[in-house]
Design a protein. Sequence first.
Length: 287
Amino acid sequence: MDFIGKRKIWYILSIALLLTGLVSLFTQGLNFGIDFKGGSLIHINFEDTAVNSEQVRAVLGEYGLGNSNIQESNDGSITIRVTELEQDKLVEVLEGFEKLGEYELLRTEKVGPVIGAELRRAGIMALAIAAVLQILYITVRFEFKFAIAAILALLHDAFIAIGFFSIFQIEVDSAFIAAILTIIGYSINDTIVIFDRIRENLKNRRKEQLAQIINNSIRQNLVRSINTSLAVIFVLVALLVLGGETTRNFSLALLVGVISGAYSSICVASPLWYQLKPEKHKKAKFA
């Protein structure tokens, strides 16, 4: 496949996906969970110590609260963080717990968000610093245009995952932030491998034009990239299906990011680097 010759197709596909996500972000935003918005805290202690968090989650699921944060304490009590509940709904949920046996209600109260505005600003700052450091590293190891192409591909993957969660209004919690950071780390690895092969071929294939060198480099890594991504995707699908409610959104975000990362490493990063090169280098049979 002529990856460079078909680069406009990849650009159109990526821009369409990104614009769809951006429109959704501006119109309906993200569905922030209790980690961002705060909610209600329920602290209960069951007389039957055999009651566990999964049984509690099953009861909460009957009231549309299956994504709640549940923690088991050493003393046998269970702490539950749910979206803010009106008094009538809270009474219903507490009555639902009676299915699991006798329990003592230790406390109920409204709580603030775990991830506040200050922590969000710190997270954005950390991402910005990481991006700058990656640009410096790739510039030293390769060249500045490689770094720009790689960072744009990373942003592409991150925004694809964020847009996906916005479009389908899937709840965003602290695990989603961890998933985005993991996506960025995974995606840059695959991109660097392809860039490294391009650099080697620039030295060894001086009689070929730049587009041909990039296409050959991508083809030489294609099987590796696909097999590596498939291995990760199989695990994520299993985790998504069998991992339960706690890890579902995390697994889904990673799944979208890994698929996007595999695509961007092959079809976005290298074509972008080619696009940034001067015309004389594209036509000459040396780099």
